[in-house]
Write a protein that binds this ligand. Structure first.
Ligand code: ACO
Length: 427
């Protein structure tokens, strides 16, 4: 039968159903494999394993496609807003005008932090990495909002999701303020989600802060581009933590910890540092040669992706956003010219063409964030802020699934077989 996969093992033939999604590769349902054959599958890094069923985000890496609930990321980035994308990811459909207004008002009303949380910040060193502060403070939220941690109650799940999305900009801005020794600013509910974040980050109490519309728009777009990316490492971490019944604040803190790693959220910082090191376009050929040299550990940062074997659709939007931000802020960072030239040279080089290495979302984002005024240590924090909606939407989807089980991978054991304990004087 075409919808069954046959497996011959241990001298017998077994059949496993082939499941079809709405789009994308079919999956072989091997849930009964161990019970029937006594064997596990082996797939470290999950390169061929679908760990869950999801209706949120679809990626076709060969075609450079990214869809949220079916909508292409390019359309959302150009025509939507981050609040609308949050609603879409959480609820499955785009909101009506009234629904969007109600949702935005709800989020706005949750932006303040419990006053006692401010004392947590003061326990950190001034030079603490803001991601360290984020991990700690977000985990601590569970100690403050007991009234929304019954994960079996959909209303509790909704409230804690709203709280997390709403409080993340306040938490992120406070982490920044603490590092530069400036006073914390309370949220201002007259402003948009993104405008409020910019003011809490860059405003000071002594002066009126004016949100620059083009910067607000660019920032909002960057949030949209990072909102969700199906079963990446941090999202899978959130799902795994949540599968044990842990509360949502603890799960999101786990996701933040995973995102912090340089192979995941930290690459835009590395890409910007690389562009600074290259400096001027005349140095590019030297660095291209280094990237191609197997004996040199240097790689073109912001190039290549595990899933995208085509242009990352988010990189296209990022590139056009650089121009808008430069125009609005009247800056002209020569590194942008270096980046454009580097991309052009690499995309015409057989090494990069054959290996299907294209710019990813991180190639241009560092240039924009640095033009807006963020230090590099804040780059991953911004990623965490934006990804929070994806994390909570995926977590909610998992908890709502009646067939949900605790995540418990198996292993290929290669340690010693059973042996007798030897008393210390006999070793
Ligand atoms: N520069 C030069 N060569 C590269 C690069 C690069 N940026 N990326 C991959 N290659 C080469 C590898 O050397 C390898 O060559 P080989 O087949 O001759 O050994 C081949 O392309 C395949 O690379 P892998 O590392 O096996 O591919 P994988 O899918 O495991 O890695 C990754 C993807 C980690 C993103 C990789 O492309 C990379 O290191 N890129 C730079 C870091 C980066 O930009 N990360 C951000 C990813 S986006 C995000 O996380 C939001």
């Amino acid at each position: 039968m075409a919808n069954q996969a046959k497996l011959t093992t241990a001298g017998k033939e077994f059949e496993y159903p082939i499941l079809k999604g709405s789009v994308g590769p079919d999956v072989i349902d091997i849930r009964k494999l161990y019970g029937q054959t006594g064997q596990f599958t082996f797939d470290p890094g999950f390169t061929s394993t679908a760990a869950c069923e999801s209706a949120l985000t679809y990626i076709d890496g060969d075609e450079g496609v990214l869809l949220h609930r079916g909508y292409p990321i390019g359309q959302l980035a150009e025509q939507s807003s981050f609040m609308e994308v949050c609603y879409l990811l959480l609820n499955g459909e785009l909101p009506s005008g009234d629904e969007l207004e109600t949702f935005s008002t709800t989020i706005t009303r949750h932006t303040m932090l419990h006053e006692q949380l401010a004392t947590f910040y003061r326990g950190f060193r001034r030079d603490a990495h803001p991601m360290a502060i984020m991990c700690g403070v977000v985990g601590a939220l569970s100690a403050f909002y007991h009234d929304s941690t019954d994960i079996a109650d959909p209303e509790h799940r909704k409230i804690s999701s709203h709280r997390l999305i709403a409080k993340m900009p306040t938490i992120a801005a406070m982490a920044y303020k603490y590092s530069v020794g400036q006073p914390f600013l309370y949220p201002d509910n007259k402003l948009s989600y993104t405008g409020n974040f910019l003011r809490m980050t860059f405003g000071v109490p002594a002066e009126e802060y004016e949100v620059i519309p083009a910067v607000e728009k660019a920032m909002d777009r960057i949030f949209i581009l990072h909102a969700d990316h199906e079963q990446n490492a941090s999202t899978s971490t959130v799902r795994l933590a949540g599968s044990s019944g842990a509360n949502p604040f603890a799960c999101i803190a786990a996701g933040i910890a995973c995102l912090w790693g340089p192979a995941h959220g930290g690459a835009n910082e590395a890409a910007l540092n690389m562009l600074k090191e290259i400096g001027t376009p005349d140095k590019i050929p030297h660095y291209i040669e280094r990237a191609k040299d197997k004996n040199d550990p240097f790689r073109l940062m912001g190039f290549g992706h595990r899933v995208y074997k085509n242009y990352d659709p988010r990189a296209t939007v990022m590139q056009s956003t650089v121009r808008e931000v430069f125009e609005a802020l009247k800056v002209d960072d020569p590194l942008f010219e270096t980046a454009l030239r580097l991309e052009e040279i690499a995309l015409n080089d057989p090494y990069f063409v054959e290996k299907k290495l294209f710019p990813n979302v991180d190639f241009y984002s560092g240039i924009i964030l640095s033009a807006i005024g963020f230090p590099t240590t804040m780059f991953t924090v911004l990623f965490a802020l934006a990804r929070t909606v994806g994390w909570v939407a995926q977590w909610n989807e998992m908890i709502s699934d009646p067939g949900q089980k605790i995540g418990r991978p198996r292993q290929l054991y290669t340690g010693p077989t059973q042996r007798d304990y030897v008393a210390i004087d006999k070793r």
